[in-house]
Design a protein around this ligand. Sequence first.
Ligand code: PAN
Ligand code: ZN
Length: 189
Amino acid sequence: MFLKTPLSEIINRETGEMATPDNVYERPLSAMADMYEDAEAVKAALDGGDPVIYKVYEKTVPQLAGELQWCMSVTLPGKIGREYYMTKGHFHEVRNTAEIYLCVRGQGYMLMETEEGETSAVEMRPDTAVYVPAAWAHRSINTGDEPLISFCVYPGDAGHDYGSIETAGFKKRIVEIDGRPTIIDNTVK
Ligand code: PAN
Ligand code: ZN
């Protein structure tokens, strides 16, 4: 499978859709309900129809170290209580694998942390790239009012390890306080 130019023939910058994805999936709130800090706001949103939080369009490649997996990640705009829509977040199963996110639309943050407890939040905005170093868990968070869309590339053998994030969460959260995205400690779990 070969890429061809122009990029606009492959991806739609407005929607994040890929022209010919091999795989498309959506994560509704119900798939990550206990990751948000405000349980009552989660319940209200689920009662209101279980919104889609994000979508991923993927090309599948052999799951080998020498291959490059690529996809479009689209986090929709919105909040659960005061907390912005976000991806589940994960470590790569093979820790020694990095990733590049090239943001093409929207604004937000890449929230990252290591197993040793270091944390970082890097701003995402159109035509900027975030480099997620090997062994850093990563979650994208949409703090704007349009979809946050990125083209992501990572090694074919990386795999996804959601386990520790599902059980312990990230150390930080990004919430709206006084109308502004604010990084706070995660005191819920
Ligand atoms: C991305 C993510 C995508 C969805 O392709 O998989 O943004 O986020 P979650 O996987 O955390 O649900 C990536 O980082 N791949 O490695
Ligand atoms: Zn990743």
